[in-house]
Design a protein around this ligand. Structure first.
Ligand code: NCD
Length: 304
């Protein structure tokens, strides 16, 4: 059985195929409107979500299937002390595929060991978020038309930001990729990503806390929110939360075809005045999320 726990589990060919299917769905949605008839998708969200949960639900509904689930651990039997493994074995009796978000790193992996249906990791703590990365890859494919020879700036909370860990893992497999990691000292990219992904694959990267210094070099600027819920004390969060705020004047030196991305939700890190800039791609990115998740559901359910 196929699950999606880590983006590494998908080969470059599989990613290419998912992107082709997503593009086909965007062009001819009617062809897909009954592909998942009589199939059920369960969304188990032990942590808050807007886009990921709703885009998965919209994806399944547009494929003609139905959805069930919960969006708060407090409303499930977790509140009574049920383990993730038990919950998964039960939900597998009522659904054909499960999307799960959990605050504990590795929880979706543990769930996949016991599951009789495919499990999709929709974010596990500060670790991984593979379907956001698929969304990001479809955005890059549509907006930049290539995955190679790109200089990618990633700015904000690189320590706790699970979307950036998965994105770096995925992009490190393409030729000529350079990264510029822009963060305060305390929120730098974890050592395990630098050692196991970047150094091992000889990927060029710089670490800086100066966003404007590298602005002119970037093909993609991926902004992220400081992950408040992963901080141990509020003082540190308050000190770091507004460290980077992208506004119009900071974009003066940027390339004309820069692609500004953000997994959303945004707090203060992109001023709303940037939203009208043609280089702002973050709302388009959220839209792409539904189509790539439709393609992923079809793949994991082995529906042609
Ligand atoms: C991200 C997440 O949950 O990690 N959101 C999302 O799924 N689009 C990013 C975030 O919460 O900052």
């Amino acid at each position: 059985m196929k699950h999606l726990i880590d983006i590494k589990e998908l080969s470059k060919d599989e990613i290419k195929e998912l992107i082709e299917v997503a593009k086909d769905i965007m062009q001819s949605p009617e062809k897909y409107s009954e592909k998942c008839k009589h199939k059920k998708l369960a969304t188990l969200f032990f942590e808050p979500s807007t886009r990921t949960r709703l885009s998965f639900e919209a994806a399944m509904l547009e494929l003609g299937g139905s959805v069930l689930g919960f969006s708060e651990a407090g409303s499930s039997s977790t509140a009574k002390g049920e383990s993730v493994s038990d919950t998964i074995q039960v939900v597998g009796c009522y659904s054909d595929i499960i999307v799960m978000r959990h605050p504990k790193e590795g929880a979706p992996f543990v769930a996949s060991l016991k599951s009789s249906v495919p499990i999709i990791n929709a974010g596990d703590g500060g670790h991984n978020h593979p379907t956001q990365t698929l969304t990001d890859l479809l955005t890059i494919a549509c907006e930049k038309k290539r995955f190679d020879h790109l200089t990618i700036g990633i700015c904000g909370d690189l320590k706790f930001g699970r979307t950036v860990h998965s994105l770096v893992t995925a992009m490190a497999r393409y030729a000529g990729i350079k990264f510029v990691f822009i963060s305060p000292e305390e929120l730098k990219m974890p050592e395990y990503i630098k050692e196991e992904i970047l150094q091992k694959n000889k990927i060029e990267y710089v670490e800086t806390n100066d966003l404007e210094k590298y602005m002119g070099d970037l093909d993609i600027l991926y902004m992220t929110r400081v992950q408040k819920e992963r901080f141990f004390n509020e003082e540190d969060y308050i000190r770091l939360k507004d460290y980077f705020i992208l506004n119009r004047s900071k974009l003066e030196k940027a390339k004309k075809d820069l692609c500004i991305m953000h997994p959303l939700p945004r707090v203060n890190e992109i001023a709303t005045e940037v939203d009208d800039d043609p280089r702002a791609c973050y709302f388009k990115q959220a839209r792409y999320g539904k189509y790539i998740r439709m393609a992923l559901i079809l793949k994991l359910l082995e529906i042609k």
